[in-house]
Ligand binder design. Structure first.
Ligand code: NZQ
Ligand code: ZN
Length: 392
């Protein structure tokens, strides 16, 4: 077991109609002038944005709005948001939406609080010394950004998608009403479930120490999300299934399922970030398209964990060699992805990279991780290229 530092300062307000508490929560955390940041318009169409602004109006809280955060949120909008906040004297950020709106808001918060070029943080050139306080109304269970320390931004120039992690970026509060996710397209619901599971799987497949309690939480979380993801394929309005998935999303990326480990593997995410940067694919689908190839490439180097995963999560009979059991677990996970209509390779994802593009992605990925990364197996640029090739 490794020592760990578990910090989850976000107040979670969970359940039906909880968005009505937004003004009260902003006041609790000292907000007097708010930037409401959202995505491409789903919160306008659903009426959620109007309900939020009505609540703020009634409470006498001033605000400005900025929509337009797209999936794989762009740096140019972040710059726009920073300028708007400075001009308007904004002292509190409210992200209403999924991971993209939340991550974009975090980046705006870093930009306002620190000055200079905010991309420096994503380019690993310096560390943030603060962030504007942030609240979240979550509409998509997926990234866990509502409780995580991360923000992932895409710089248009060079199509570079990078994450920055800092405790300053953790939300002060997260309002989570599972009903708000019922307007999601089925594809986004499934992408979200895949992403949620991957945040735990990245922490689970390690060669570092682990705690039995952490493994038990991780395995329970994975089984719960699988069960409820399949319920949502058939019954998208099922409140209880939405609630299970929503809470799992937060717990999967707030650090809980990594306590005592070596920090995790994270290479599936890093390989996906290149796909997101280059082809603008949905994050969860990019992850499932790459995971099988990654798993087959690394499982022999992390056999006890893959065997345990097969038996405890995927329900594989523990008979036969460890390798055979581990492989059955990988196959079972891919079968699950197909049942929730997620891709298991790049063709099914709908992208057809050329050999040159694969080489470019592997190179950018290697640069992005500082040369080599991975706990299940340490991957260098040549390994990354091999995995991309195997995922075609
Ligand atoms: O933009 P709008 O119109 O709101 O539509 C969005 C978008 O098209 C739509 N949507 C969201 N809630 C909805 C809804 N449509 C109908 N009803 C609702 N209730 O769904 C689409 C996807 O939204 P987005 O926010 O992009 O998805 P997600 O939450 O999956 O976020 C993806 C981004 O987060 C990053 C990903 O890489 C990607 O850029 N990640 C962030 C992490 C973090 N901050 O901790 C960790 C993750 O691993 C991930 O990398
Ligand atoms: Zn993710």
């Amino acid at each position: 077991m490794f020592a760990f530092n578990y910090f989850t300062p976000t107040r979670v307000v969970f359940g039906r109609d909880t968005e009505q508490k937004v003004a009260e929560l902003i006041k609790t955390f000292g907000g007097t002038k708010v930037l409401i940041h959202y995505g491409g318009g789903s919160v306008v169409r659903s009426g959620l944005l109007k309900r939020v602004t009505d609540t703020l109006d009634a409470a006498g809280i001033a605000y400005v709005t900025l929509g337009g955060a797209v999936p794989n949120p762009r740096l140019s909008l972040v710059y726009q948001g920073i300028e708007l906040c400075k001009k308007e004297g904004v002292d509190f950020l409210l992200a209403v939406g999924g991971g993209s709106a939340i991550d974009s808001a975090k980046a705006i918060g870093y930009g306002v609080a620190n000055g200079g070029d905010v991309w420096d943080f994503y380019d690993y050139k310096r560390k943030a010394a603060g962030c504007l306080p942030l609240g979240v109304i979550l509409t998509l269970s997926a990234t866990g950004s509502e409780m995580s320390d991360s923000s992932v931004i895409t710089k248009e120039e060079g199509q570079i998608k990078r994450g920055y992690s800092s405790d300053f970026g953790r939300a002060k509060f997260a309002i989570m009403n599972p009903e708000l996710t019922m307007t999601l397209p089925d594809y986004q619901t499934a992408c979200g479930c895949a992403d949620i599971m991957m945040h735990t799987m990245e922490r689970y497949f390690t060669n570092g120490g682990n705690m039995e309690i952490t493994d038990a939480i991780a395995e329970g979380l994975l089984r719960t999300v699988m069960t409820n993801a399949e319920i949502l394929v058939k019954d998208p309005k099922n409140y209880d299934a939405r609630a299970e998935v929503m809470w799992a999303g937060s717990l999967s990326h707030n650090g809980l399922t990594g306590c005592g480990s070596d920090g995790g593997d994270w290479m599936t995410h890093k390989l996906e970030h290149e796909l997101g940067g280059l082809y603008d694919v949905a994050h969860g689908a990019g992850l499932t398209a790459i995971w099988g190839s990654w798993a087959r490439y690394v499982y022999k180097n992390c056999l006890p964990r893959f065997r345990r995963f097969a038996v405890n999560v995927m329900g594989v009979e523990p008979t036969g060699s460890d390798e055979a059991v581990a492989l059955k677990g990988i196959e079972a996970m891919e079968a699950f992805y197909r049942r929730i209509n997620m891709p298991t390779n790049l063709r099914e994802l709908g992208v057809k990279p050329t050999e040159d593009e694969l080489v470019t992605m592997a190179h950018k990925c290697a640069v992005g991780v500082g040369g080599a990364k991975g706990s299940a197996r340490l991957l260098k640029e040549a390994d990354m290229l091999a995995i991309y090739r195997a995922s075609l």
